[in-house]
Write a protein that binds this ligand. Structure first.
Ligand code: OGA
Ligand code: MN
Length: 294
């Protein structure tokens, strides 16, 4: 089988065929995925009916795994192996989460534009999302190209953002949705981390805006000024010409590079439809900025 990639939009997204991700990959296949990722930042691999074990094995080809389990969900309540981010709307019993379920409140954060694990000192490299049960209406995942968005900034703004450091926490993203109820130990776990606002991709060499709903401030700036600037940059970066909206077909495997993109899920009728998507994630190379002493 020869691997082929067809571009989906002028900036971002490629459809990759000729690879079976349920089988062990050759070095050449791993390389082809990495090369495709550097170019397209999002790859869609259709028709990949994959098991959890196979998804974990596939993910390991692209670096150390990042724990995906939500910090606010206790281990015995997890439906999936803790390597997974469970982005479904069902619980361990297979039933849809109630409207006021805390896990549902937390996952509603995925409706805001974000970069995965940007609230961690070492944020995510690839996210690999498998469509096990998809919905017929709504529930698209949208991706915005943070490289193209950076490139399109005017020279003055590029200079202004170049060395800015932002603070990220899940508390900030959930606060935007009015979710503020945490136990003291949860708050401690969600202590803000620092990241550069502009980063250079280690292999493509392209600069990108490191934006995310988890941002709650810019170091040295008054908070309202920081947040209004971040909001302007978000608006800029998510204009239609930078975005690919993925409509899911069952067994799609979608891979994105969190170092080059933001993403969000669109609303769907999660009270009446089951959507079971399972994400594995790899870690990026290291911190993007020095951290404040603990
Ligand atoms: C994720 C995520 C979006 C979706 O898996 O990181 O944000 O479409 N999910 O469920
Ligand atoms: Mn996400």
């Amino acid at each position: 089988m020869t691997i082929q990639v067809t571009p989906i939009t002028p900036h971002i997204g490629g459809r990759m065929t000729g690879i079976d991700v349920t089988a062990p990959l050759t070095q050449e296949q791993v390389k082809a995925v990495d090369v495709g990722m550097d170019k397209y930042a999002v790859l869609v691999l259709p028709g990949q009916a994959i098991s959890d074990e196979q998804q974990i094995a596939f993910t390991r080809n692209f670096g150390p795994l990042q724990n995906g389990a939500n910090a606010t969900v206790k281990r015995p309540e997890l439906r999936l192996d803790p390597a997974f981010a469970d982005v479904s709307n069902i619980g361990k019993d297979g039933l849809k989460l109630a409207r006021d379920d805390r896990r549902r409140m937390a996952s509603l954060g995925n409706r805001l534009w974000h970069s995965d694990a940007s609230f961690r000192v070492i944020p995510a490299r690839y996210s690999i999302l498998s469509g096990r049960i998809v919905v017929s209406e709504g529930g698209n995942t949208e991706f915005a190209d943070m490289r193209a968005a950076y490139d399109a900034l005017d020279a003055r703004t590029k200079e202004e953002v170049e060395n800015l450091i932002t603070e990220h926490s899940q508390i900030f993203s959930r606060e935007q949705l009015g979710f503020t109820e945490y136990l003291p130990d949860e708050r401690a776990m969600m202590k803000p981390v620092r990241h550069r606002l502009v980063r250079t991709h280690p292999t493509s060499g392209r600069k990108s805006l490191f934006l995310s709903a988890h941002i709650g401030g810019i170091v040295g700036w008054p908070r309202p000024e920081a947040m209004s600037f971040i909001r302007d940059l978000m608006e800029h970066a998510t204009q239609p010409q930078f975005v690919y909206s993925h409509k899911w077909t069952q067994h799609d495997l979608v891979i994105w590079d969190n170092r080059a993109t933001m993403h969000r899920v669109r609303r769907y009728d999660d009270m009446n439809m089951v959507r079971d998507l399972r994400r594995t994630t790899t870690k990026s190379d290291g911190p993007t900025a020095e951290q404040e002493a603990a």
